[in-house]
Design a protein around this ligand. Structure first.
Ligand code: C2E
Ligand code: MG
Ligand code: MG
Length: 648
């Protein structure tokens, strides 16, 4: 009984059942009527009227004839729909920009789209039904690719689920095409391999871009050497290896001597060529396992490994390589026919295991390199732990330097400048730092750091403002009214966009007489950007300010530039003055400089004059002004002013 609703759920069955019930009811009614009336017995034809008959026959006919017909038609329609869907699916597969492959359970190619044909160059090949190995015979150029594909298909079958793998299509041309293949295995109900659907995407461009990004991130674009990032990475690894082997390694940090001058005078293009050549020579000096990297600018690093377990043995080996490098890099260079010469200063730091961090090892090599520079360049120095103290002081000084201006710890000292009759004509303002713990700190200890950190800009401005205020104060006294005051200007400060405006502001704010302010420039500073320098110098000259070329003779003294610069004075460097009386070369240089200034119509002053003999020599050869300990050391303003009335 409970199955009845299910049975009656089609119209045909419902109609037949109702008809049968009606028939039975009618039959019993007839039977009862004939029994009651005593009439003849009821025959089937008595109640089987045409309506009832139709009601009975029609569903039977429907079930036996029409329904199968309708089902057949539905099946036909379904097949039509499916074939249309297949057509659309085929069109869709064809339109997919990725390569699509369908293989059967035995790995035979059943279907591929246009992109796949292009990728494997299959347009004129009978690929249908072929396996990878059969195709490899037809396409020898792709043999390796087909073999790899087969192996990776097998991995997908083994995995039993979607598998993504990168495959190389090497052999298709010069540039290997890289494919990202997504392979989906399909299995029958019995677990047998039924088919493999593959979508292959050409990711060659993406791979190239990734490689490029990797190169940019880890390699130096100019020399193609590893950069600092990669070097530190390799150093970490080398330290790990050294930890296990117990062997020492060494880091050689080298810096080219006077590279900046070469770059500034010969041009950056030639400077670049020099760096490339240096990189090549360095690579030739070391074993294949050793690393050469460029940290930036003219700083290179060579990392040596497996130098032995004894420190002495390791330092000897490192020293030997460093000497070879020195020798190789000192050979003349012919860059685009331009002869060029340079030498390196090398700092060496040994390492073993993880006793120090990679950063520390690099910093130690850096400290040692500065020692090599201080030792007169073209030298090799090992890091000595005692240097660490110097390093720590340097780091501490830098931290303090940031506060020095705010805490008003700077002071301007004044060193007198005199004429031929020893009469005061002016002064040079020299910066001093009154450090709370270390006492008086001299510029040599902090100017370079101030330049590196950019602090020199606000510090230089303070010097300028202090000097202008002093000039203004001197106006009040006849003794000081005509004194000039020279201030040193650093390259970073001078090359600031608003440097001219800074000077103008300092003059206006103080009310100082511009013609008494002298700016001391250096040759290297001028050469950094000659055009910008000349333009700014002219603008400043229009304000009334004058210029002196400081440390003359130590840089690249190009007469070409000298002629174009609106200078007023040349300051002979103290290194020539020092030996003027006993070194004929220095004596000759000084004489030449003086003669040259006369020819160019410039004034001349000698700095570092310590003895009467030096003064006499300079006087005899026409020097007009003098500055040095012979007359007075740089002193605070009070002491300076008290000097003025006394004979010097
Ligand atoms: P500089 O401009 O060539 O200054 C001359 C240096 O020689 C000064 O050293 C001075 O004290 C020293 N000196 C003067 N007479 C003699 C002498 O007879 N014998 C010897 N042996 N030395 C003498 P200081 O004051 O230590 O300054 C060193 C350098 O620091 C300066 O060289 C200059 O380049 C830089 N400097 C000083 N003050 C400033 C500043 O305010 N700004 C910038 N940017 N640099 C400054
Ligand atoms: Mg100076
Ligand atoms: Mg000087």
């Amino acid at each position: 009984m409970k199955h009845l609703p299910a049975f009656l759920n089609t119209p045909a069955r419902l109609v037949i059942t109702i008809a049968l019930i009606v028939l039975l009811v009618e039959f019993f009614i007839m039977l009862m009527i004939s029994g009651l009336s005593g009439g003849p017995p009821v025959g089937i034809w008595d109640f089987l009227d045409p309506v009832l008959l139709t009601t009975l026959v029609a569903p039977v006919l429907y079930i036996l004839i029409f329904r199968p017909m309708r089902n057949q038609q539905a099946e036909l329609e379904r097949q039509l729909l499916e074939s249309r869907r297949n057509e659309q699916l085929a069109a869709l597969i064809e339109a997919i920009p990725d390569a699509v492959f369908l293989k059967d359970g035995e790995g035979r190619w059943l279907l591929i789209n246009e992109s796949a044909k292009q990728l494997f160059q299959l347009h004129n090949l009978p690929w249908e039904g072929k396996t990878e190995m059969e195709l490899a015979v037809l396409q020898p150029a792709f043999r390796a690719a087909h073999e790899r594909c087969l192996a990776s298909d097998e991995k997908a079958w083994q995995a039993g689920k979607l598998r993504v793998e990168e495959e190389s299509l090497a052999g298709a041309g010069d540039q290997a095409t890289v494919i990202e293949a997504r392979k989906m295995p399909m299995f029958g109900k019995d677990g047998r391999r039924k088919g493999l659907a593959i979508i292959g995407r050409d990711i060659t461009e993406r791979k190239l871009t990734e490689q490029k990004i990797h190169r940019l991130a880890f390699y130096d674009a100019l020399t193609l050497l590893p950069n600092r990032h990669l070097l530190l990475d390799r150093l970490q690894q080398a330290m790990g290896v050294s930890q296990r082997s117990g062997q020492h390694g060494a880091l050689l940090l080298l810096d080219l001597d006077h590279f900046k001058t070469i770059n500034d005078t010969q041009g950056h293009a030639l400077g670049d060529l020099l760096l490339i050549e240096v990189a090549q020579r360095l690579q030739a000096c070391v074993r294949e396992a050793d690393s050469v990297a460029r940290l930036g600018g003219d700083e290179f690093v060579v990392m040596l490994e497996e130098l032995g377990s004894q420190p002495d043995q390791a330092s000897t080996a490192a020293q030997r390589v460093a000497e070879k490098i020195c020798q190789e890099l000192s050979q003349p260079y012919a860059l685009k026919e331009h002869p060029c010469h340079t030498t390196p200063s090398i700092g060496i730091s040994l390492f073993r295991g993880h006793l120090e961090s990679a950063q520390d090892v690099l910093q130690h090599a850096d400290v040692a390199m500065y020692q090599a520079k201080a030792a007169g360049r073209n030298a090799i120095r090992f890091f000595d732990p005692r240097m660490q103290t110097v390093l720590d002081t340097r780091v501490a000084l830098e931290t303090d330097l940031r506060q020095a201006l705010v805490k008003q710890q700077f002071q301007l000292y004044y060193q007198i400048q005199v004429d031929r009759q020893r009469r005061p004509v002016g002064a040079e303002g020299l910066l001093r730092w009154q450090h709370p713990n270390q006492g008086l700190v001299f510029p040599a200890q902090f100017i370079a750091q101030a330049e590196d950190t950019g602090l020199i800009v606000p510090i230089g401005l303070w010097v300028l403002q202090t000097a202008c205020a002093q000039l203004k104060a001197w106006q009040k006294d006849a003794l000081t009214r005509d004194l000039t005051l020279a201030v040193n200007v650093s390259a970073k400060q001078f090359h600031q966009d608003d440097f001219v405006a800074q000077v103008q502001r300092a003059l206006l704010d103080s009310g100082a007489e511009a013609s008494l302010l002298k700016l001391e420039l250096t040759e290297s500073m001028v050469l950094e950007n000659v055009e910008d320098t000349i333009r700014k110098m002219h603008e400043l000259k229009r304000l009334g300010v004058s210029f002196s070329m400081d440390d003359f003779g130590t840089g690249y003294s190009s007469l070409q530039y000298l002629k174009r610069l609106p200078l007023d004075q040349i300051k002979i460097d103290q290194s020539f003055v020092r030996d003027i009386t006993n070194d004929p070369n220095d004596a000759a240089i000084v004489q030449t400089i003086i003669a040259m200034t006369q020819a160019l119509g410039l004034k001349v002053i000698a700095e570092g004059v310590e003895t009467e003999a030096q003064r006499d020599f300079l006087l005899r050869h026409g020097c007009q002004a003098f500055q040095g300990y012979l007359f007075a050391r740089p002193v605070p303003i009070g002491e300076f002013e008290s000097l003025l009335g006394k004979p010097l």
